[in-house]
Design a protein around this ligand. Structure first.
Ligand SMILES: Nc1ncnc2c1ncn2[C@@H]1O[C@H](COP(=O)(O)OP(=O)(O)OP(=O)(O)O)[C@@H](O)[C@H]1O
Length: 783
């Protein structure tokens, strides 16, 4: 039957339907078919004889076969075979006559009667059951919420890319789901940043309902194509401030090319430390986890297999690397360098650190390689511009983004527009490197969200004065007194990390080490263990009649402790670090800011405590005053000179010395055990080394003789003597110390400190004078 016979249509070609049978009524068995709209039928163009080519009304004729035309009251329906791919989606006709049920069969998967397909039946039943569980209001509420959100976020489907369009709708639905789960996650504060709905959905999955100030201010500049220098307090979300626009750019590029084919890396992110590089990669992966298709992100750092990283680099869209390994790979492969010359973004994270500390040379080489003009690679425009002005005109088309919590002050003034970069002077300065970065714009956008303070808002700071040789004791006291989930202890030397870790472990504290001399895998393992440790304070076993820590594996309320050098000072974002202890005072104000910034991140609270020897206290107060003075003056509290003298911003903590003295016997035993084991280990290593050297020289090795010959009284001789003494300690003595320490740890320390702070102190018993001296309530560190 032809329903639209050879007629010319203004809105499209003519159509005719060839029904399967003469019966125009509902078919007896319509198994495998369904009612469908006329436009979604499988129309085929009809070959029209040449003679009709130009004839009025004879072009563009289409026909379709195998369609039943069914009269349904006053209307006509088209019933056609369903393509296989759609079978799963089909829900069955509501009005199908029950008695016409077709047998459920693989070959006839779609029946007019919903009861005939066991598969669909189960699906429908599940759906119904879910609806029942959710209650009748839920679907409507969800739809309402979704509609509201779509309006709010102005989510527009990407045009012209059906896959992306489908993704956008899927994401919008996911976003609604994510929101529904999270009750009222209102994402409206992200709207002014004009992000894609895919991106909004991914951010919603992270439960970040609003941008942080640095994100709100830096993202629009970056998305408008500017170079940006961003300064914001530690833990304020700088990673996503550059990460979101980079991923957005990748999504846009992919939508434009409409192909899965790679177009080379989009961004290179340089990080000063390996851990930070891995963390940035993880953070960006988390951001992209909500995308249907995300960029391939890889980290390129020292300490891990080069070959694997080379392979990953070949397919990477976003590369995060430390300068050393990055340069190693770039200098050994032209194709890697060539691919990176096409990046859209170069990010220098923790710029001020990256450019110091031995990274400078490699960073400079990388920058040179990125800007190198290679015959065949350079386009004419670039070559012309090189001729015109070699120094001033950037030879690339990338945006440069530089971020840190601290930037040198002169630089800030210069960036504020008072002067051009002055290249005379220290070549290893940040200024010099910024010049080397070869910004695309003459003046990059400078975004400073904390012009007066680099410290996190919710950070409390304290300083404890103690004897030079009492730092171990006070470290232990602070760890006991300050209830924490995770504590991070900073030292200035690798040897101190090596000593403090077993020292705290001997005291039953869960300590892990991190320093640059460790194998990379061990470094990552330490961080993982530190992170993995339970967040709930360890349980304590009350002992009868006394106050003090319990006999459980940990005698403090800290679930894990990381002892680290400054390798952990920058950028590391580990949740639930509530306490940072500066066992050694930081070397600079910036180091203080970054170390302390490992706590009180992302609006959480945290405490930073400095342990200062007698000579360290005054200069440290001054150093911290420097960090705080600007903020205090800005808030007009008092004059700058007064502030500096008073050491504003850090209060002195007076821990009751009687309490500390109660801990001394344990600390002394733990020190002896640790030092003996380190000395023995070192002695064995030294001994082996000397023996090998002697063997190579062909002389006889006699350790006593050699030692006597090499005896000197200079620097370090005291340590040598102590080590020698420690090496002489017998196994039985060490065993005895361990037993004594175990005994001490199993007894409660009668400190009188409130139960809250010493995990199970029998305060009431102490008040009744049950045992020992009651020292009064100590409210933690009083911070
Ligand atoms: N918009 C947001 N809302 C809530 N939390 C966020 C948001 N953006 C980032 N965060 C979280 O804040 C924490 C700190 O972010 P990030 O590590 O980027 O800080 P940072 O400014 O780079 O710190 P640092 O200067 O120490 O390197 C991270 O755990 C991150 O997941």
């Amino acid at each position: 039957m032809v329903i639209d016979k050879k007629r010319k249509r203004a809105d499209g070609p003519g159509k005719r339907v060839k029904p399967t049978g003469a019966n125009s009524k509902r078919q007896k068995s319509n198994a495998g078919k369904r009612v469908t709209s006329i436009d979604s039928l499988a129309w085929k163009t009809v070959d029209v004889p040449e003679m009709f080519d130009d004839a009025e009304g004879f072009y563009g004729l289409e026909e379709v076969e195998g369609v039943d035309i069914v009269r349904d009251g006053e209307t006509v329906k088209f019933v056609a075979a369903v393509p296989e791919s759609e079978e799963e989606e089909f829900g069955g006709f509501e009005d199908a006559p029950e008695e016409k049920a077709a047998p459920a069969s693989e070959d006839v998967p779609i029946a007019l009667d919903s009861t005939t397909s066991s598969k669909k039946q189960t699906k429908a039943q599940k759906k119904a059951a879910k609806a029942e569980q959710n209650g009748p209001q839920k679907p409507d509420a969800k739809a309402e919420k979704k509609e509201k959100k779509e309006k709010k976020t102005k989510a527009e489907p990407a045009k012209g890319d059906p896959e992306l369009e489908a993704n956008v709708f899927a994401q919008a639905a996911d976003l609604a789901d994510a929101e529904a789960e999270d009750n009222d996650l209102d994402m409206s504060e992200w709207v002014p940043l004009d992000l894609s709905s895919q991106m909004l959905s991914s951010i919603a999955r992270l439960k970040f309902d609003k941008p942080t100030p640095i994100q709100a201010r830096a993202i629009p500049h970056i998305m408008q194509g500017h170079d940006v220098i961003g300064k914001a307090a530690t833990g304020s979300g700088k990673t996503l401030a550059f990460g979101i626009p980079i991923v957005e750019s990748w999504l846009a590029k992919r939508a434009q090319t409409q192909t899965a084919e790679r177009t080379g890396p989009t961004a290179l992110i340089l990080s000063p430390t390996r851990e930070l590089a891995h963390q940035i990669a993880d953070h960006l992966k988390q951001l992209c986890a909500g995308l249907t298709t995300g960029p391939y992100i890889c980290s390129v750092t020292g300490g891990l297999a080069v070959q694997k990283q080379q392979r990953q680099l070949e397919k990477a869209d976003i590369v995060i690397g430390t300068p050393g390994r990055m340069w190693e790979l770039m200098s050994s492969s032209n194709s890697v360098s060539a691919a990176l010359r096409g990046i859209g973004y170069l990010v220098v994270d923790e710029a001020d650190r990256l450019l110091k500390d031995g990274h400078f040379k490699e960073a400079e080489e990388i920058l040179k390689a990125l800007d190198r003009t290679v015959p065949g690679e350079a386009d004419e425009e670039k070559e012309d511009s090189d001729d015109e002005d070699e120094d001033e005109t950037p030879r690339h088309n990338r945006q440069t983004l530089v971020f840190s919590a601290t930037f040198n002050k002169n630089l800030q003034q210069k960036l504020a527009g008072k002067a051009r970069f002055n290249l005379m002077g220290d070549t290893e300065s940040l200024e010099y490197l910024l010049k080397k970065l070869n910004f695309r714009e003459e003046r990059p956008k400078y975004v400073d969200t904390n012009p007066v303070s680099q410290m996190a808002e919710n950070l409390k700071e304290g300083l404890i004065q103690c004897g030079d040789l009492e730092k171990d004791l006070y470290l232990y006291a602070v760890l006991l007194l300050q209830s924490t989930r995770r504590a991070l202890v900073f030292t200035n030397s690798i040897n101190t990390v090596r000593r403090l870790t077993p020292f705290l472990q001997a005291l039953n504290l869960p300590a892990f080490a991190l320093h640059s001399d460790m194998e990379q895998k061990a470094r990552l393992r330490s961080i993982e263990r530190f992170k993995a440790a339970t967040n709930t304070p360890p349980t304590t076993t009350p002992k009868s009649g006394g106050g003090g820590p319990s006999s459980t594996s940990s005698s403090s309320t800290t679930s894990s402790i990381l002892i680290a050098t400054d390798v952990a000072a920058r950028g590391l974002d580990i949740p639930n670090i509530d306490l940072v202890i500066h066992y050694h005072v930081p070397r600079s104000a910036d180091d203080y800011v970054h170390r302390s910034g490992r706590t009180a991140r992302a609006q959480h609270a945290g405490v930073s405590v400095l342990l200062c020897g007698p000579k360290e206290a005054v200069p440290t107060q001054r150093l911290i005053a420097k960090v705080h003075a600007a903020a205090a003056v800005a808030s007009q509290q008092t004059s700058k000179s007064k502030l500096t003298a008073a050491g504003v911003g850090v209060q002195t903590i007076d821990i009751d010395r009687r309490l500390v003295s109660h801990l001394r016997p344990r600390v002394t035993l733990a020190q002896k055990i640790t030092e003996t084991s380190i000395a023995k280990e070192r002695g064995t290593k030294e001994d082996d080394w000397m023996r090998n050297a002697a063997e190579e020289l062909g002389v006889e090795y006699d350790s006593d003789e050699l030692e006597a010959a090499g005896t000197w009284k200079g620097r370090g001789s005291g340590r040598k003597a102590r080590e020698k003494e420690a090496r002489g300690v017998t196994k039985a003595e060490v065993k005895q110390w361990r037993w004594e320490l175990k005994e001490l740890l199993s007894k409660r320390v009668n400190t009188g400190v409130s139960e809250r702070y010493l995990g199970g102190v029998d305060v009431e018993g102490l008040l009744r004078g049950a045992r020992g001296e009651f020292l009064g309530q100590v409210e933690g560190l009083g911070l």
